[in-house]
Ligand binder design. Structure first.
Ligand code: ASP
Length: 217
């Protein structure tokens, strides 16, 4: 099952709305006004846009706009840092769930949608292989269908979760994209490779052992 929303501006916790799309409709992806109307009908909390404004992000966009003025290519300046939150979980019955929530890219325009709400690109879960949540340059993750690719490499090539995840990151690197993935397979094995200098990440296993990491081990 899958559910996602994109292009919403007033939803306090879009991941809750994504879950309702999965549970209460026969659709997978709702966008913009329609998604917000569905939220109202479902009693989901809507907030004014001001709610999402933070000093750090405000400064970040001002910096990028400055750089853009000096950029003669006029293609837009891509941000260097990613701010997506993702999780993958496996329950005792063997059900795998993956969730990804993002503000997208700083300075995105023209109704741009990234990889996070695209099932198979930034998010994917399949009880017979693994669950995947991605962060990074969404455009590359969409082009490569990264999340589904990892599951497919496990399913069709018999790769381990570590091999499949690393292969996906190698493909991303080759194409010129940056980012990382968190992946958990049906047996509880974990892989979290990335090609940036660091990626905030953590896991807790069935024994309760918790690990938190930022840079390469
Ligand atoms: N992947 C997200 C996007 O492209 C951005 C991120 O991970 O920071 O929208």
């Amino acid at each position: 099952k899958a559910g996602a929303v994109a292009g919403v501006k007033h939803i306090k916790n879009p991941i809750n709305l994504a879950r309702l799309v999965m549970e209460k409709t026969w659709h997978v992806l709702l966008t913009g006004e329609g998604a917000e109307k569905f939220a109202q009908e479902q009693g989901i909390e809507l907030v004014p846009q001001e709610y999402f404004k933070t000093e750090r992000r405000w400064k970040q966009i001002q910096d990028i706009l400055e750089k853009e003025k000096a950029d003669s290519t006029k293609q837009g300046v891509a941000p260097q840092k990613h701010g997506t939150v993702g999780c993958v979980a496996l329950d005792r019955f063997g059900n795998i769930a993956a969730g990804t929530s993002t503000g997208g890219m700083t300075n995105k325009r023209f109704g741009r949608v990234g990889d996070s709400p695209i099932i198979g690109a930034g998010t994917y879960a399949n009880n017979s292989t693994c669950g995947v949540s991605c962060t990074g340059d969404g455009e590359y993750f969409i082009r490569l269908g990264v999340a589904k690719d990892i599951s497919d490499m496990m399913e069709y090539k018999g790769m381990t979760v570590k091999e499949a995840s690393q292969t996906a990151i190698d493909k991303l690197t080759k194409l010129g994209g940056t980012g990382g993935v968190i992946v958990l397979d049906k047996d509880g094995n974990i892989a979290m490779p990335f090609n940036t200098s660091g990626m905030y990440r953590a896991y807790i296993d069935a024994n309760g052992d918790a690990v938190v990491q930022i840079y390469n081990e």
